[in-house]
Ligand binder design. Structure first.
Ligand code: HEM
Length: 365
């Protein structure tokens, strides 16, 4: 093994002479992670990053067999599941990891919200984070249609229909989203381009900025800890924190492999635009709280269609959520801000309860 180690270190020396690795080395050695009772939340961003990397790797492998047309998409996925060696595993990991990534993303976002890690100077980290959440939801929505099966087809019909309520522009936007009046092969091609090219490019750029900012500013110490005298303890990022990260990543990989093996991704029936919609079409779980809210709204609110009010309400809510670092003036002045803690708790309870209702309330009631 000695030859391997010396070969590796002379390779590193070779690279160092040409590109100057000491910058990275100094940066990595300098990075410290504060240790206190909330340190555990610092692992969630890294976990999301790991799952995102799994998505990129498995997604690229899927591209070797997937065919983006209404005539061939379903069959190409069927072939991948039944004939290609380990094709079912790669597709199942891609599907499970997408869900797990959005789940850890929600946890990361809500922990940052409750710990008020968005306060100055980390506003931009928050803004880029909200944009990443938007990208992740976009990946989920566009990816869902790609196997061109019955459920995905009708869920996409319902999902895209939503843009129609936007005043004045609704009809035109619907046509842009679908590439025509209805969900067809043109929609599939469009979603495919967005899923495999547009979103990965934009996400990589925003993610790069997000990680750069985290690197530049270091990890924040929560206000409650600072008030109690701060923390004197910290651990080096390299190797201590990274090794702990790796334990989490390996566990996630084991969970993913088990889920993919025991519950492989399903395919169902090929989409048939002329068939009637199957009963109980539901969106992916991360859209459920919005879907369920729309169901509860009355037909009309102050003379405006209930659904329109709901969707515009969510759009406004999204903008206010983005602006939280600017709206939370007390936190910005380094004062305790109960109001925003309660707003954070309120949002989490709302999302959890409505999601729960979405899965338990009988759709016919
Ligand atoms: C693909 C999505 C995302 C990835 C891969 C990611 C990755 C990371 C990583 C690796 C860190 C450093 C470790 C940590 O604090 O967990 C971090 C920190 C941070 N992230 Fe994210 N993140 C994502 C989305 C988000 C979202 C949706 C938000 C909020 C809306 C957000 C806000 C923040 C903030 C404010 C910090 C600084 C935390 C601190 O200094 O204590 N991120 N992110």
């Amino acid at each position: 093994m000695g030859w391997l180690r010396s070969g590796f270190s002379s390779g590193i020396d070779w690279l160092d002479e040409r590109v100057g690795l000491e910058v990275i080395e100094t940066l990595a050695k300098k990075k410290e992670v504060p240790v206190h009772r909330h340190t555990v939340w610092y692992y969630l961003g890294g976990m999301t990053l790991f799952l995102f990397m799994i998505q990129v790797a498995t997604g690229i492998l899927l591209l070797f067999y997937y065919r983006p047309s209404a005539e061939e998409a379903f069959e190409s996925v069927q072939f991948l599941m039944a004939e290609v060696q380990f094709g079912w595993l790669i597709r199942s990991i891609h599907a499970w990891s997408a869900n797990l990534m959005i789940f850890t993303l929600f946890l990361h976002m809500f922990s940052v919200l409750l710990l008020k890690a968005y306060r100055a100077p980390r506003e931009l980290t928050w803004f880029t984070g909200v944009a990443l959440m938007g990208m992740a939801l976009g990946f989920g929505f566009t990816g869902y249609l790609l196997p061109w099966n019955e459920l995905a087809y009708f869920a996409t019909r319902v999902g895209t229909e939503i843009v129609r309520v936007i005043p004045l522009l609704g009809d035109s936007l619907l046509r842009v989203a679908r590439g025509g009046d209805d969900v067809t092969g043109a929609t599939l091609t469009r979603f495919y381009a967005i899923h495999v090219a547009v979103l990965p490019l934009i996400t990589t750029a925003i993610l790069g900025l997000h990680l750069f900012l985290v690197q530049k500013q270091g990890m924040s110490v929560p206000y409650s800890i600072e008030m109690a005298g701060g923390t004197k303890r910290s651990m080096p990022f390299l190797p201590n924190f990274l090794l702990r990260d790796l334990v989490g990543w390996l566990t996630a990989l084991a969970v993913l492999a088990a889920l993919a093996a025991y519950f492989p991704a399903e395919l169902g029936q090929k989409a048939d635009p002329f068939a009637s919609a199957p009963a109980g079409i539901k969106p992916e779980w991360y859209f459920m709280f919005m879907f369920q809210t729309l169901k509860y709204l009355p037909a009309h609110i102050l003379g405006i269609e209930g659904e329109v009010v709901g969707i515009l309400g969510f759009a406004l809510g999204g903008v206010l959520f983005l602006l939280i670092p600017l709206l939370d003036r007390r936190t910005a002045r380094a004062e305790p801000s109960r109001l925003f803690t309660w707003i954070g708790v309120g949002i989490i309870v709302y999302v959890v309860v409505l999601t729960y209702l979405g899965y338990t309330v009988d759709p016919t009631t």
